[in-house]
Design a protein around this ligand. Structure first.
Ligand SMILES: Nc1ncnc2c1ncn2[C@@H]1O[C@H](COP(=O)(O)OP(=O)(O)OP(=O)(O)O)[C@@H](O)[C@H]1O
Ligand SMILES: [Mg+2]
Length: 250
């Protein structure tokens, strides 16, 4: 479904993605995980043609991504960027339906789809008449997810879609997302820092470090057969970050 072939990306003379290849299969959720600055968002932006590789090629739906076809291919995928990326001067409903309007979908179709998406993401329709600044962080992230799902794309790219949430809301939306992905059979590429999220949502986990893929595997294989000591270190660091405080918690 998505293929990266020997990709390199250079920013201001620094190579941040080094000769990276990756195949993402149909209808699986693949999680990109790794420390801050390792290149996860850059890779995601390359996959949707918002950045261009200095070397190598990327294909979506078996078509090589080019500057000519990027806009058309981008209309066939859904994406949530790291900051949610809603337009502040548009209401949530206007943000979600922007692309559908651009593609001349009828108003009744758009309204029907908004109601379906509200059910799917457990958000009330009346909230969608608010502007992004009138929404909580969790609501913004649900709206960003609705916008990505609006045209029912086969592929979803999500960059830390739960990043701004407190742990309780995070778990709630994570469970909703899991149900949505299973029910809709999407191919999903999701970036996260959180091993728990990766374990819960990911069929496959791509562990990155310094612009390389260290291991591309299931969670159980990452844990049982790590390709590098860093893989174990990263998993263990998140197992229970507060375990040294356990004695103080009665
Ligand atoms: N537009 C840019 N210009 C210059 N350098 C950039 C640009 N975007 C990213 N970088 C650099 O590329 C590297 C990878 O950044 P990227 O945003 O992909 O990391 P990340 O893994 O998504 O990190 P985080 O987990 O903090 O979001 C970093 O060193 C970053 O400073
Ligand atoms: Mg990032």
């Amino acid at each position: 479904m998505i293929k990266l072939d020997h990709i390199r990306k250079i920013f201001d003379g620094n190579e941040v993605i080094h000769d990276l290849s990756l195949d993402i299969p149909d209808q699986k959720t693949v999680v990109l995980i790794g420390p801050s600055g390792c290149g996860k968002s850059t890779l995601l932006r390359l996959m949707i043609g918002l950045l261009w590789p200095d070397k190598g090629s990327i294909s979506l739906f078996r078509k090589t991504l080019t500057r000519e076809n990027a806009e058309l291919l981008r209309q066939q995928v859904g994406f949530v960027l790291q900051d949610g990326g809603l337009f502040p001067h548009l209401t949530a409903a206007q943000n979600i339906s922007l692309m559908a309007k651009y593609l001349n979908r009828p108003i009744e179709w758009i309204e029907g789809r908004l109601i379906e998406l509200c059910e799917l993401t457990h958000l009330s329709r009346s909230i969608l008449d608010r502007y992004p600044r009138q929404l909580s962080g969790g609501q913004v992230q649900r709206v960003a997810l609705m916008r990505a799902l609006m045209l029912d794309p086969e592929i979803l790219f999500l960059d830390e879609p739960l990043g701004a949430l407190d742990p309780l809301h995070r778990v709630g939306l994570q469970e909703d997302m899991k149900a949505i992905f299973n029910r809709l059979g999407k191919t999903v590429v999701m970036v996260t820092h959180d091993m728990g999220e990766a374990a819960s949502l990911g069929d496959l986990i791509v562990m990155m470090r310094g612009g390389h893929i260290l291991q591309h595997d299931t969670l159980s294989n990452l844990s049982a057969n790590p390709s590098d000591p860093f893989v174990t270190e990263f998993i263990n660091a998140q197992r229970k970050p507060w375990r040294h405080l356990e004695d103080q918690i009665q």
